[in-house]
Ligand binder design. Structure first.
Ligand SMILES: [Zn+2]
Length: 190
């Protein structure tokens, strides 16, 4: 930090305190060349990019919109508000970590889909059906089947989180060359 008086960059901090709102640090510095004192402020850069909509409009990133979308998808599902906030946190962080000035709305939508996919199948399908506006029932069923297969595979031997149920299921199907894909019926209602 250059001294505002003599333009030399050797200074040391003689006092450092947090601003009233806790979002800023005020530092009192002393120039080691001319010994004059000056103050610097340090705050987190508000680096949320603008969201680019399908029609090209830009709007400010709005976390509330994401939280509301997730909440709607999780209505009457066993998903806690903490879980919803945690999903919104990860989506927000993901967007921020891209470090770009703009982000496509679809990237946020896809991130929300991934979060819901890992959280609650019904909430995911609800969100996906609105978000992707499936053209017809076949497309929708293909997506659903895909999802169910992925969930089945995740309980497989490669999964780091082996549940007792998964182990039992594997023992049961041991010996079968092609364990059957579970039918759609009998899974969670949509
Ligand atoms: Zn100076």
């Amino acid at each position: 930090m250059k001294c505002p008086f003599c333009r030399q960059s050797n200074s040391h901090v003689i006092d450092s305190r947090l601003g009233k709102d806790g979002e800023m640090i005020r530092r009192r510095r002393e120039c080691m060349v001319c010994s004059r004192r000056f103050t610097t402020y340090e705050r987190v850069e508000e680096a949320m990019p603008m969201v680019v909509k399908k029609d090209g409009r830009r709007e400010a990133f709005d976390r509330l919109k994401i939280t509301n979308g997730l909440k709607r998808a999780c209505e009457k599902r066993p998903v806690s508000m903490d879980a919803i906030e945690a999903m919104a946190d990860r989506i927000e962080r993901g967007v921020q970590e891209r470090g770009e000035k703009e982000v496509l709305g679809s990237i946020i939508g896809e991130a929300a889909m991934r979060e819901l996919h890992d959280t609650d199948a019904v909430a995911y399908v609800r969100f996906a059906s609105v978000y992707r506006s499936f053209k017809d029932l076949n497309e929708f069923m293909a997506e659903l089947e895909d999802l169910l297969n992925q969930r089945t595979n995740r309980a497989g031997p490669e999964s780091p989180r082996k549940t007792g149920a998964a182990r039992r299921a594997r023992r049961k199907s041991a010996g079968a060359d092609n364990p059957p894909t579970p039918p759609l019926a009998g899974n969670e209602p949509v």
